[in-house]
Design a protein around this ligand. Structure first.
Ligand SMILES: Nc1ncnc2c1ncn2[C@@H]1O[C@H](COP(=O)(O)OP(=O)(O)OP(=O)(O)O)[C@@H](O)[C@H]1O
Ligand SMILES: [Mg+2]
Length: 249
């Protein structure tokens, strides 16, 4: 019998997932609890996006089980490479479409929905984009709009797949401030390749490379990354950005 813990929002039990008969992730155990801020790291093709899509039910797991409390709302910011931008809708409509994963069942948006979408865009300093067609947006603008979309459903868990790839440094800092503010009420799972940056902000790190190792701290050493089979460079941000490499003999 599995323990019942009110603190757990998402729990994966021995999940195996992939595409057709191609297995990408095997026997994954993972949980997200209230108040968590988890960084997901790993090499290209290691299965981070696959993990997220499995959690969200976009792809079904091949075996194992996933438990959520009923009525859970998850906000999702997809990796930008998976988005089709030639869609004749406005930034504001994109934000409103975030309700479809929460309390919106499709159909016409209401005035209050538009109002909230506009407020969120304002909050992310891109209110002026509300009526722009999404195809016109730059990468960084689109990521801000997608963050607003992810927040729109007032989620219990916010799942972000590389949300800062295109944003400039100034907004990246602001984005982390916003995430900390949200994290007072919302659990966050965030994929990033910038280990130095996420270590500053997260509470735990999931290393994903076909399997998953959870590291219950924001500090991780090159040796631990090696142990977890998670080849990553430790990038340190200081006044002068520099990379910390392993010592040579
Ligand atoms: N729709 C798909 N059909 C078949 N294989 C896929 C599909 N999507 C992804 N894959 C494969 O699954 C593996 C894991 O991909 P995934 O996108 O999860 O990696 P990732 O860790 O998110 O990488 P990145 O850091 O580049 O975003 C890759 O080998 C990829 O080619
Ligand atoms: Mg990915």
């Amino acid at each position: 019998m599995q323990e019942v813990d009110d603190n757990i929002l998402i729990r994966l039990n021995k999940v195996t997932a992939g595409y057709g008969d191609k297995i990408i992730l095997r026997d994954i155990d993972f949980k997200v609890c209230k108040g968590d801020f988890i960084g997901v790291i790993g090499p290209n093709g290691g299965g981070k996006t696959t993990l997220i899509k499995t959690i969200l039910g976009i792809i079904s797991s091949l075996s194992g089980s996933i438990d959520y409390p009923s009525g859970i709302r998850m906000g999702y910011l997809p990796q930008i490479t998976t988005i089709i931008k030639d869609f004749p809708i406005s930034a504001r409509d994109v934000v409103c479409s975030g309700l479809s994963s929460g309390n919106f069942s499709g159909g016409l948006m209401s005035k209050p929905d538009y109002g909230r979408a506009e407020e969120l865009l304002e909050w992310l300093s891109v209110g002026y984009l509300a009526k722009y067609q999404i195809g016109r947006l730059s990468g960084g603008e689109l990521q801000r709009v997608l963050l607003a979309r992810a927040i729109m459903c007032d989620p219990h868990v916010l799942i972000l797949d590389e949300p800062t790839t295109y944003v400039d440094n100034k907004f990246e800092n602001k984005m982390y401030e916003i995430l900390h503010q949200l994290n007072e009420k919302v659990a966050i799972v965030m994929v990033s390749h910038d280990l130095g940056m996420i270590s500053r902000h997260v509470k735990g790190i999931a290393c994903v490379n076909r399997s998953l190792h959870y590291h219950n701290s924001n500090i991780i050493t090159a040796h631990q990354l090696d142990m977890y089979d998670c080849p990553m460079q430790l990038l340190e941000h200081g006044k002068v950005p520099h990379t910390v490499l392993e010592m040579h003999n």
